[in-house]
Design a protein around this ligand. Structure first.
Ligand code: ASP
Length: 416
């Protein structure tokens, strides 16, 4: 699986994907509105990856649980993952707020707003908890409700272990389907350079400089803070807590990061993340098949960071003085809102209204951000996915569920 597989031209896949990204930006700028013609190609690529999500999460989770064979270990891994997800998210939002306080992107931007818009209804905690258990697992799969699929797969996986010998036939079938789905992910990823090119060309063609220039500063702050979060916080945590070379984590995660960036969907990127974790970072199937789907659903560091930057940006723009309690409220509501954010394009903007409502910031300002949200969405989704992979690597290392030969091998899984 980790064998070196270069294309005929000898260029590794990740370099071709990066080339697709850069060429896509150039093509989009040159083509302008005409870049929309490329949109079916991008959609085809994303649909192909999304096609894998439900069967891959279901089968790889069950096969991972069975391979661990110990429900107590599952509980421990889940606990570690959720704790790390929460800590990194709170860190991200604080970093976003710090960057926005220092760089002040909202100062000098002219805008008029009123306070008349009322917030949408967010679900209550009880509703969220009750909704975790599906009444009909097939329905959960049809709707693509990842959290409910996770709950059902865990329950079924544990039961298969508990029935011992009689569980073997089902386990073998599920294992073999999971393996085939990994293979299919690799085959679809071979088309990633073209898919990423088309996706990014459409976005670059859509946003002319006229839309971007007034808000260039807030875009710059979000991007800068996102890059710092990945390069300093994630790399630092890996180096200090797990004694792993962060460069390998970054290069090993690159395919998933680029697909996340160009698709703006962390749920949609999940099959690619699982593949990176297994084949390039050497994380066991048990840990990656469990920690990554949970992360794609609840861990949104990039989204939290973006909420921190935008909340402060709007406060600066409207001359609103924020108290210490307001800052604490932004961290708290931002962390919770990011957990509730779905891993689909644009979801973070909707959840941002919760933070605004709690801190009395004008909801009208969301309209201003909506105009450039896709540009911000790409960066935050890339961080969301990087965060999932970082926590998965940390948990994998602490559970000794990492193959260090694969992790440290530069050419692991390359191009395959
Ligand atoms: N698009 C983001 C994601 O899929 C969610 C968001 O809008 O913040 O991770």
């Amino acid at each position: 699986m980790s064998k070196r597989m270069h294309s005929r031209a000898g260029i590794p896949l990740w370099q071709k994907i990066m080339a697709g990204l850069v060429l896509g930006i150039i093509a989009g700028w040159l083509l302008g509105d005409h870049a929309q013609w490329l949109s079916p190609i991008g959609e085809l690529f994303i649909n192909a990856i999304k096609m894998l999500i439900v069967p891959l999460v279901f089968t790889s989770l069950i096969s991972g649980i069975v391979s661990m064979g110990d429900p107590a270990k599952m509980g421990r891994i889940g606990g570690k993952a959720v704790a790390l997800y929460l800590v990194t998210t709170a860190f991200a939002i604080a970093l976003g707020m710090l960057a926005a306080s220092i760089l002040q992107p909202g100062i000098g931007v002219e805008m008029q707003m009123d306070n008349s818009v009322s917030p949408g209804e967010a679900p209550t905690l009880t509703e969220i908890l009750v909704g975790l258990v599906p009444t009909n697992p097939i329905n959960a799969m049809v709707e693509g409700n990842i959290m409910q699929i996770i709950v059902f797969a865990i329950a079924l996986g544990i039961s298969l272990v508990l029935i011992g010998e009689r569980g073997q036939p089902a386990i073998r079938v599920i294992d073999s389907i999971a393996e085939a789905l990994y293979k299919l992910t690799s085959l679809i990823m071979a088309c990633a350079p073209v898919g990423v090119f088309a996706l990014i060309a459409v976005v670059a063609g859509q946003y002319g400089l006229a839309v971007l220039i007034p808000l260039l500063k807030v875009i710059g702050v979000v991007y800068l803070a996102c890059i710092l979060h990945v390069l300093v916080v994630y790399s630092g945590m890996l180096a200090l807590l797990a004694r792993l070379n962060p460069r390998r984590y970054l290069t090993g995660s690159l395919d998933a990061i680029v697909v996340a960036f160009s698709s703006a969907s962390s749920a949609g990127t999940l099959p690619v993340s699982i593949r990176c974790a297994r084949e390039k970072l050497g994380i066991s199937q048990g840990v990656s098949g469990f920690v990554l789907p949970v992360g794609a659903t609840i861990n949104m560091d990039g989204t939290a960071l973006y909420m921190g930057v935008v909340a402060l940006f709007v406060a600066q723009l409207t001359g609103t003085d924020l108290t210490t309690a307001d800052y604490a409220m932004i961290v708290l509501t931002g962390t919770l809102a990011s957990i509730g954010t779905a891993g689909v394009p644009g979801a973070g903007l909707i959840m941002l209204s919760i933070v605004f409502a709690q801190t009395n910031l004008p909801l009208e300002a969301l309209g201003l951000i909506a105009g450039i949200d896709r540009i911000l969405d790409m960066a935050r989704t890339a961080v969301n996915v990087s965060g999932d992979l970082m926590v998965t690597t940390l948990v994998g290392k602490s559970e000794r569920e990492i193959d260090l030969d694969i992790y440290n091998n530069k050419s692991a899984g390359q191009g395959s």
